[in-house]
Design a protein around this ligand. Structure first.
Ligand SMILES: Nc1nc2c(c(=O)[nH]1)N[C@H]1C(S)=C(S)[C@@H](COP(=O)(O)O)O[C@H]1N2
Ligand SMILES: [Mo]
Length: 247
């Protein structure tokens, strides 16, 4: 396990929905809502985990990192809830995403069963973290290409949008991709790792895997998928890492 941004508190899995924005004909779909950002994800107590500083890829001497302890996050969240009824977003080192949705953005809210309706695929790959470790992993889930067929992006000026943006439910981890790499047959929306359902810290109920890119593009606990023509913000790119992260 490596990287806890967007995962510091356990998610109540029943409260999970996938926010989908930019889909063609969304307003005709039975799962259409006028404001996906109003969806309330619920959390349990902070995760018990060893952070081990694995996820700080910046030289601590050069870094102004001020990582919050889970207890501090919880206190902050409670304080924010008292003031605004919502959790603060972008509270990790890279700050708030420039691609976060404005309130009142329309789209779909998909329960996990809508995702797992798509054909199931398994894949064994070598997963590579830019920090130097790698691991053989058995994945299962659905192809992102199939998801794109079922939930196609709306054309912009007659053409497919260039990019796909993803974000954790709390907006604290976020990633951007070319639409082309999303259509690669080995790019997967993953629900199981090592023949077991995803654990919280591996991104339950839904994460991304693609063997073409480093681990930091493989977002855990996806809350939002948005099709867009604006090059999306990306957590680690903000801290100096390459946007493409190609292997
Ligand atoms: N939500 C979220 N997803 C994330 C991260 C993170 O901090 N938060 N870290 C990334 C990095 S740098 C790596 S190497 C992988 C690690 O995946 P694993 O914990 O399943 O091994 O998750 C990626 N996805
Ligand atoms: Mo990583």
């Amino acid at each position: 396990m490596n990287g806890v941004f967007g995962l510091r508190m356990d998610l109540e899995l029943e409260s999970w929905r996938l926010q989908l924005v930019g889909m063609n004909g969304a307003s005709q779909h039975p799962l259409y809502v006028e404001d996906v950002t109003a969806w309330d994800y619920r959390y349990k107590t902070p995760s018990e985990h060893e952070d081990k500083d694995h996820d700080t890829k910046v030289d601590p001497k050069l870094s102004t990192a001020n990582k919050m302890a889970p207890e501090a996050m919880q206190a902050q969240a409670e304080e924010d809830e008292n003031h605004t009824g919502r959790m603060a977003r972008g509270t990790e080192e890279a700050g708030e995403s420039g691609s976060t949705l404005p309130p009142k953005t329309a789209g779909l809210l998909l329960p996990i069963a809508e995702v797992t309706k798509l054909p199931r695929h398994e894949l064994v790959t070598q997963f590579k973290c830019i920090e130097g470790w790698s691991q053989i992993v058995h994945w299962a889930g659905v192809r992102m290409a199939d998801f794109l067929e079922t939930y196609p992006p709306a054309k912009i000026n007659g053409k497919d949008p260039f990019y796909v943006y993803m974000e954790t439910p709390d907006g604290n981890y976020y990633t951007g991709y070319d639409l082309d790499v999303m259509r690669h047959p080995q790019t997967m929306l993953v629900t199981e790792m090592m023949e077991a359902p995803l654990t919280q810290l591996h991104g339950a109920p839904l994460r991304l895997h693609m063997p073409t890119k480093y681990g930091y593009k493989q977002i855990k606990r996806i809350g939002l998928i948005a099709y867009t023509n604006d090059k999306p913000d990306d957590y680690w790119t903000k801290l100096g890492y390459d946007w493409y992260a190609g292997l």
